[in-house]
Design a protein around this ligand. Structure first.
Ligand code: PLP
Length: 397
């Protein structure tokens, strides 16, 4: 039995919480209905982090703040212990978020008209920030097999060979499919990119949620050449549920790339972080491991519950194997509903607020993405509502 609390739920209705706002707008007030959409946790933050925020609050002065030595040491210690990566303090650059860093990478390393590749289905901001910056978004669709998703490396090579392709947004582990790329897969991607002069922005924000039997490989640890052809986006925000504190770090081993990136980030934002975000992230990196271990046990239980439930009551629904992330990616196309009707069914009939698969691109049609970082009893109730609604509507399963 965990000493941490993974059962208390704080309703975030009427607080501007991105995940809860759509439900709020629909007038949902049932306390048993919670959203499973945006990737943050409906769980309490580790007490060690709350204590650090309190201490920072008591200090009483919250001026512009950047990384200090203690923060750098804490992050470096985390990367060394958890991921076997020795990071130099000089490689760290401050950002307000990993998406912010990805956006800065677009401006630092590409020009309008250039193309950026990513594996699809894809975390929606990759396409949005690419197109909003006047760059071309190139999809490298993953291939779905019975075992799960696989890379299409030949297609990736074709896309990278195009002269306008300058950047790859690599999502590792992969949102939404939950794939944890193997060392061999990462090596193949890294070689294709190097051969074709394509830089990699490696978004490793989900790197601490790895299912038993899988291993996350930090891209930059593959070899020296790869370390000098990638920049890594990371943050304690996903691992420890601190997204509202807007603090992330970009790790860039290559000095030239770092200078180029810095010229954009520091030029736009002064290179600082959130005062509370730094305090909380430092505490997370220094003291968060026991909480994370307990959370991973809780998460495993939530995945097992969902998988068993769907296998029993919705045998025609395919779910991607859980390798990493806290995201369950499930194909409900056997219900026979078009995307709008599927969303209406989930929300209005089942009281399930999910991220619709279509948000992740055409490969997501028929899919739903569930964030499983929540109290188990709410998940159980949500699944029972899904079963009831499908029965009422007489949907095929
Ligand atoms: C793959 C991925 N990258 C980045 C983010 C967001 O990061 P940030 O809040 O630091 O911009 C998310 C959040 O869901 C994500 O899933």
């Amino acid at each position: 039995m965990s000493t941490y609390d993974f059962t208390t739920l704080r309703s975030r209705l009427h607080m501007g919480a991105s995940k809860w706002v759509p439900m709020e707008r629909a007038g949902v007030t049932d306390p048993d209905v919670i959203p499973f959409s945006v990737a943050d946790m409906d769980l309490l933050v580790a007490p060690e982090i709350i204590a650090a925020i309190r201490e920072a609050a008591d200090f009483g002065v919250y001026g512009y703040t950047g990384m200090d030595e203690a923060f750098r040491a804490a992050l470096i210690g985390w990367m060394e212990r958890r991921h076997g990566w020795t990071v130099d303090p000089g490689w760290l650059v401050s950002n307000f978020g990993v998406v912010h860093a990805a956006g800065q990478a677009i401006h630092a390393f590409t020009k309008p008209g250039d193309a950026i590749v990513t594996q699809t289905p894809a975390y929606p901001p990759f396409k949005r920030i690419t197109e909003n910056s006047g760059r071309t978004f190139l999809a490298n669709p993953l291939r779905r097999t019975d075992r799960g998703y696989e890379l299409d490396l030949n297609h990736l090579e074709d896309l990278c060979r195009r002269p306008e392709t300058k950047l790859l947004f690599l999502c590792s582990p992969h949102n939404p499919t939950g794939r944890v790329w193997t060392r061999e897969e990462l090596t193949a991607i890294a070689h294709i990119c190097r051969r074709n002069g394509v830089l990699i922005f490696s978004d490793e924000i989900h790197c601490d949620f790895i299912a038993p039997g899988h291993t996350h490989t930090v891209l930059a640890t593959l070899d020296e050449e790869t370390a000098h052809n990638c920049i890594m986006g990371t943050s304690a925000s996903k691992t420890f549920n601190l997204a509202g504190l807007a603090t992330a770090t970009t790790i860039i081993p290559d000095q030239g790339l770092r200078r180029q990136f810095r010229a954009k980030t520091d030029g736009y934002t002064g290179g600082f972080n959130g005062y509370f975000g730094l305090a909380a992230s430092r505490a997370a990196y220094e003291h968060g491991e026991p909480w994370l271990s307990a959370f991973l046990e809780h998460l495993k239980g939530n995945f097992e519950l969902c998988k068993a439930f769907l296998a029993d009551r919705f045998p025609s629904v395919w779910t991607a194997p859980w390798e990493g992330t806290y995201l369950l990616w499930a194909d409900f196309s056997s219900l026979g509903l078009d995307p709008e009707a599927q969303m209406r069914f989930m929300r209005d009939e089942a009281g399930l607020w999910l991220d619709e698969g279509t948000m992740f691109g055409p490969e997501g049609i028929g899919f739903e993405r569930f964030v499983l970082a929540c109290p188990r009893h709410h998940l159980e109730k949500a699944l029972e509502r899904l079963d009831d609604a499908a029965r009422r509507q007489g949907l095929p399963r």
